[in-house]
Design a protein around this ligand. Structure first.
Ligand code: SF4
Length: 310
């Protein structure tokens, strides 16, 4: 089956990248809350990836378009400042290591102005790579991994079929950081449901603290039609928390996290309130902001449901 270019799904901070697909979908397609659950992973041919790099390089240098290159490549190149590249898709680090190295070497040769490359990486992907391989990738400018921690609670991780436990999460996170790669972790408010809320938050704070990433972002669970978790909700076996309970979870998570120097935010469009700051120094300020909203519980202080995004 011919490789199908994936839609652009990216972390908010990577809006100004060139989006280069290596894969489509996610190898760990089991997470019960995720729209990629059940999807099939597609691996793009490395020669095809290199042809696209050649085409972008030539287009930027001489304005020449090569036939058989998808028009979207030129559309992205037109908007691009040349500095950052994001490797698509859901876990591009699954791309076979020799091919990944080959593609990155080619990228560095043809587009030397690129300052850094980033991708989504599952904990499984990171654990599969040796420390030396991770350092080689870092030297080839693949220097930021975006990884979904989701929860630090083993019961929640198991219930949502994340495929790793909290110990493996910590091992993967530390391994990336020790290789010099910047780590940005996301956690999902509400993933433990009503019954598992407190344990989910406290264990997530514990695991976040043990990994001690440079960036951590809280997202709020959105139940996506067609996913196993959506079905559990409809069957009455999963009980979602309310919007204000998600802010209580956020507050408790910030309170119980101990970071060395982490930019923590809830700026993602799925959240009901944006809070951000550098931890630990901004902890009191962030808790105060949440306390003020939680004291009034005024629905108009929350992002309306129709403006929430995935
Ligand atoms: S690893 Fe990430 S992209 Fe893959 S199914 Fe789980 S949540 Fe979705």
């Amino acid at each position: 089956m011919a490789f199908q270019r994936p839609d652009i799904y990216r972390p908010p901070s990577e809006h100004d990248c060139y989006f280069l697909p290596l894969t489509r979908g996610c190898s760990n397609n089991s997470c019960t809350f995720c729209g990629a659950c059940g999807s099939k992973l597609q691996i793009r041919d490395a020669d095809d990836v290199k042809k696209e790099i050649d085409a972008v390089s030539l287009y930027l240098k001489a304005g020449v378009r090569i036939p058989n290159i998808p028009p979207i490549a030129y559309m992205i190149a037109n908007e691009w400042n040349g500095k950052k590249v994001f490797l698509q898709d859901g876990d591009a680090l699954v791309y076979p290591f020799p091919k990944l190295k080959d593609v990155l070497e080619h990228l560095n040769e043809k587009l030397p102005q690129v300052e850094r490359v980033s991708c989504y990486a599952t904990p499984q992907d990171i654990l599969r790579r040796s420390p030396e391989e991770l350092r080689e990738l870092k030297d080839l400018k693949l220097s930021i991994f975006y990884t979904g921690l989701e929860s630090g609670d083993d019961d929640v991780l198991s219930a949502v079929a994340k495929g790793v436990d909290s110990r493996q999460m910590v091992e993967a996170g530390r391994k990336a950081i020790d290789a010099g790669i910047t780590l940005s972790l996301t956690v999902l408010l509400g993933l433990g449901g009503v019954e598992g809320s407190k344990e989910h938050v406290l264990e997530t704070a514990r695991v976040l603290s043990e990994i001690d990433p440079q960036f951590a972002g809280a997202l709020t669970l959105t139940l996506i039609e067609g996913t196993p978790l959506y079905k559990q909700w409809k069957q009455g076996t999963f009980h979602p928390i309310s919007p204000f309970q998600s802010l209580e979870e956020l507050r408790l998570m910030i309170e119980h996290s101990n970071f060395t120097n982490c930019f923590f935010s809830s700026m993602h469009a799925s959240n009901y309130l944006s809070v951000r700051g550098r931890l630990p120094q901004d902890k009191a300020k962030m808790l105060k902001q949440l306390d003020q909203v939680l004291a009034k519980k005024d629905p108009s202080s929350l992002r309306p449901e129709f403006l929430r995004g995935l």
